[in-house]
Design a protein around this ligand. Structure first.
Ligand code: ADP
Ligand code: MG
Ligand code: MG
Length: 916
């Protein structure tokens, strides 16, 4: 038997199913699944993704078997529909739809009403006795074919689509607002003008032969796999480019046959908030893309969603269809066990489903849906945890506008207009009117708000570069809303009051003018658009947890957040600690669920108030005695800091690193600053200059820093150890448990650690005796240079714990300085020499390989060695996963990453559980 390239669906049965996404694409596989579920789907067939691969490998040719298989399927479809493709009396019309394995909404091309020509249009007209309808289909088809297959597009970024331009002219001539108000004669004229336009610009005649149309459209769909916007989309979303798209050929159903027809899109739950309510939009007497294209602002699907009493929801206009759709909604939501994004069309009072896929959602919604579905018994806790993208969690913490500043803005009449609240959050930026400008401005470091009539897939890079997106047209399911939501952008759509003039780079609302470069503030939670900049404040979750300004019982978001993170804590094995230097930071981290401090950078405390004076005095001292005198001034201050932290941590481990940075960082370098300091410190300018000079290093990152400081100046380590131990003893006497972990940085040789450990132990013994208190302290080291990792077995004889300093370890393993990497890193990433920035995401092979060695060797010496990570990577999900796999005890990250790390750690545990 020949290889099967074509999969049929229709009449309640399909060759494929939802599992076959790689072969049939997401759209084709789900259409097959819906067919098998008995949901009404127009019949048709899917050409597999294998053909796409073949097409690109064979100079845009198809395997010889394909033609026959397509013709057979087409015949079967004709029989099922009782119509014939190209028949002038009873024509079968089809759509030709793209659909890859990973959904790429709107990125590739689709052609509707294919099979129409000058003859078949007459057949359609006779059959339906509706000239207007027949020519409405035909003009749409010619425009889509001209755009998608023949490639007739706008030439300049400020230009309108050439087909739209003509139809707009017609609307103006008739003085009507919508295409649906144009009479049949105009639509007929449109067809001819479109054909002429195609001939003039593309030097081809619009093909009349349906078979030629079909193969043209099939080729265009395969070709669209590699169009620039599809490539850009795949890059942004990390979708592999070698899978290819499938092509779906499906009998047309018509939503544009009159007032008892329509088309719509919906979500089985609200994609912005996650609420379990049916959410969607529809248009009466419309076809396909009309709803998402934002040509008319669609109407809400049900009463619950209505904001304007003058619009009519589907629930009101077609109650029976609405009830049927509600049932389909529940079936799909439960069958797929996830929120679905659906497309439907109503033809003469009959409902047809055209698509279902897992819907894109905001971080808020993702969270809420996961939690609700566990409560509803649809999914397990593990599944819920795996569904929330840890990075999306940050959306819950995203700022909102300061309500008082907003009220004031309203009073000052800064409220420009109101649209639909498609992407929650607050954004402020300067207005640009097209995507390339957004990209360009953002590159210069400007914050921009992208304002468009509607967005299209071409705009995604510009959308990505913007703080917020504002459109004049389109609904909650428009392209802007969909993509904005997925990117987590603040987004307001369907703001009808805006009159945008692309060419003049400005927009008008009544008599107000907003020009390119003006400031705009978008409230994506309410849909309000303000001129000017409005200050922001913390989100609801933060208001409960951190500011304690909101009652937890009043915040559903907070409760959902706590519940999901509670489940995460139940199943993760990794501890989640934080990097924090001050009691207030520590409190934030604790509120987020931190279980310890993995890194306190003592030098950060040196810059507080007038401490820097004592630090400088210490640096400038000529001898040990002088240094000791200066250090004695620092001692009580450091001690107070540590006491503050110990009190807040109440017995949780606190890892304190001894002084790490090179000393020159504490001295000024500019002449006039040196002058000033010399006067203040009563030293000679020349002497100060000489000191600065002597501390100068060619490569400070590899210079006199880390434990090398403490070895040359043991009194520094001694002072710090004393401050830590006295603080510990005093707090313990107050009745609060303490667990200090003293961490020596940049150790590459066991002797370095031995040296510093002795200093610490001597001081500790003395302090504990003096206070008559025993404190359970530990001494450990950072592993952040390769020799440290490679000799971890020796180092573990002295160290009671390890903490991977993966920032320095990445620098030293790669042999690059992070401060200088900016000169070549962007080129490396562009040229794909590196897939990602190793300072953001842990290099698991190189740096990680060394970590694995260190873990193994360290634990060979000391089986109960506690090991963590305190580099930036400790809060990055893929790095957290790696830390889980190599058996670390905890990750430590900045306070605001703690929730992300808790979830990532849970996912890591679930992943490894599912593997074995
Ligand atoms: P996209 O992937 O961009 O969503 P689709 O293939 O889903 O493109 O098609 C675009 C629009 O055309 C959708 O609104 C869809 O519902 C509509 N459409 C596609 N096929 C048909 C059909 N056979 N009958 C009626 N409408 C259709
Ligand atoms: Mg679609
Ligand atoms: Mg370091």
């Amino acid at each position: 038997m020949a290889h099967k390239y074509v999969y049929f669906f229709g009449g309640g049965k399909a060759d494929g199913n939802a599992q076959m996404k790689n072969l049939l694409g997401g759209k084709g596989a789900n259409i097959a699944e819906m067919t098998n579920l008995g949901i009404p789907v127009p019949p048709g067939f899917t050409i597999t993704t294998e053909i796409c691969t073949y097409y690109y490998q064979n100079n845009q040719q198809y395997p010889p078997e394909l033609k026959g298989q397509v013709e057979d399927a087409l015949r079967r479809l004709e029989e099922m529909m009782g119509r014939k493709f190209g028949d002038p009396d009873n024509p079968l019309l089809v759509s030709v739809r793209s659909g890859a394995a990973s959904s790429m909404p709107g990125m590739m091309d689709t052609v509707l009403n294919l099979g129409l020509n000058d003859q078949t249009v007459l057949g359609l007209m006779k059959e339906t006795r509706d000239e207007r309808f027949a020519y409405d289909c035909y003009r749409r088809f010619v425009a889509m074919y001209g755009d998608v297959v023949l490639g007739l597009k706008p030439v300049h970024k400020d230009e309108m689509d050439p087909f739209d331009q003509i139809i707009e002219e017609m609307r103006k001539r008739r003085k009507v607002e919508f295409d649906s108000e144009l009479p049949a004669s105009d639509l007929k004229e449109l067809v001819e003008r479109y054909k002429t336009l195609i001939r003039a610009h593309k030097d081809v005649v619009f093909p009349q032969d349906p078979m030629e149309q079909l193969w043209g459209a099939i080729g265009a769909v395969f070709g669209s796999w590699n169009n620039p916007r599809a490539i850009a989309y795949r890059e942004l979303n990390n979708i592999p480019s070698d899978m290819g798209t499938a092509v779906n050929i499906q009998a047309m159903v018509f939503g544009n046959m009159g007032e008892d027809c329509g088309t719509g899109v919906g979500f089985t739950r609200n994609p912005a908030t996650g609420e379990n309510v049916f959410y969607g939009e529809y248009l009466i007497n419309a076809q396909g893309e009309d709803v998402v294209a934002g040509i008319r602002t669609p109407q809400p699907i049900n009463k619950a969603q209505k904001t304007d009493p003058n619009t009519l929801s589907l629930e009101e206009t077609m109650p029976e269809i609405y009830q049927q759709l509600e049932r389909v909604r529940t079936t799909l939501d439960r069958h797929y066990r996830d929120m679905q994004d659906i497309e439907f069309t109503i033809q003469k009072g009959k409902l047809w489903m055209l698509q279902t896929r897992t819907g894109k959602r905001t971080g808020f919604a993702s969270f809420k849906i996961a939690v609700d579905m566990v409560r509803e018994g649809i999914i397990s806790k593990d599944e819920a945890l795996m569904r929330v993208d840890p990075d999306q969690l940050n959306q819950l913490l995203r700022p909102i506008f300061d309500p008082r500043a907003k009220e004031e803005a309203v009073r000052n009449k800064a409220l420009l207009a109101k649209g639909l609240n498609a992407g929650p959050g607050a954004a402020t930026g300067r207005v640009v009117f097209n995507a390339p400008d957004a990209e360009e401005w953002a590159k210069r470091g400007e914050k921009v708000i992208l304002v468009r009539l509607e967005t299209s897939p071409e705009d995604i890079r510009g959308m990505h570069a913007s703080q917020g997106i504002l459109t004049a047209r389109g609904g909650m399911t428009s392209h802007a809303a969909l993509v904005g939501r997925q990117m987590g952008k603040v987004c307001v759509v369907g703001c009808n009051a805006l009159e945008i003039e692309y060419r003049n780079h400005r927009m008008m609302v009544g008599d107000r003018i907003v020009r390119e470069g003006d400031w705009l503030s978008l409230d994506g939670t309410t849909g309000e658009v303000f001129v000017g900049q409005i200050p922001t404040q913390p989100s609801e979750v933060l208001s409960v947890i951190i500011d304690k300004k909101m009652d937890s019982a009043k915040s559903q978001v907070y409760q959902d957040y706590m519940e999901l993170l509670g489940w995460a804590d139940e199943c993760r094995r990794l501890g989640v600690w934080t990097n924090a230097d001050q009691p207030n930071q520590v409190e934030v981290a604790l509120a987020f669920g931190a279980e310890g401090i993995g890194l306190t950078r003592t030098e950060h405390m040196f810059f507080e108030g007038n401490r820097i004076d004592a630090v400088r005095e210490m640096i400038l001292a000529d001898d040990v005695e002088g240094r000791k005198r200066a250090l004695a001034k620092l001692l009580p201050m450091q001690k107070e800091d540590f006491k503050g932290i110990f009190r807040v941590m109440k017995g949780k481990p606190v890892t304190i690193r001894t002084l790490d940075p090179p000393l020159h960082e504490f001295l000024p370098h500019e002449d006039k600053d040196i002058q000033k300091l010399a006067t203040e410190m009563l030293v000679h300018v020349e002497r100060l200059k000489a000191k600065v000079e002597s501390l100068h290093e060619a490569n400070p990152m590899l210079g006199h820093r880390g434990c090398r400081l403490g070895i040359v100046y043991p009194e520094i380590t001694a002072m710090q150890a004393q401050a830590i131990m006295e603080a510990a003893c005093e707090v313990k006497k107050e009745g609060v448990d303490v667990q200090p972990e003293i961490m020596i940085p940049l150790v590459g040789h066991v002797s370095e650690l031995k040296n510093q450990r002795k200093v610490v132990d001597d001081v500790a013994r003395e302090v504990m005796e003096r206070y008559g208190v025993s404190v359970n302290y530990r001494v450990g080291t950072m592993i952040e240079v390769p020799r440290g990792a490679l000799t971890a077995d020796e180092i573990a004889e002295v160290a009671e714990f390890f903490s991977f300093g993966t920032n320095d370890l990445t620098q030293t393993v790669f042999g690059i300085s992070r401060d200088d990497a900016g000169k070549f890193l962007p080129d490396y990433l562009d040229a794909r020499i590196w897939e990602y920035d190793p300072f953001e995401k842990l290099d698991q092979v190189g740096v990680g390989g060394l970590m694995e060695i260190a873990v193994k060797k360290g634990r060979a010496t000391r089986p109960d060695l506690k090991i963590g990570i305190c580099g930036e990577h400790g809060g990055e999900p893929s790095s957290v996963d790696f830390c889980h796999r190599i058996g670390l005890d905890y990750v430590s990250c900045s306070p605001y990453r703690v929730p992300v790390a808790r979830l990532a750690a849970a996912q890591a545990a679930i992943r490894s559980k599912n593997k074995c």
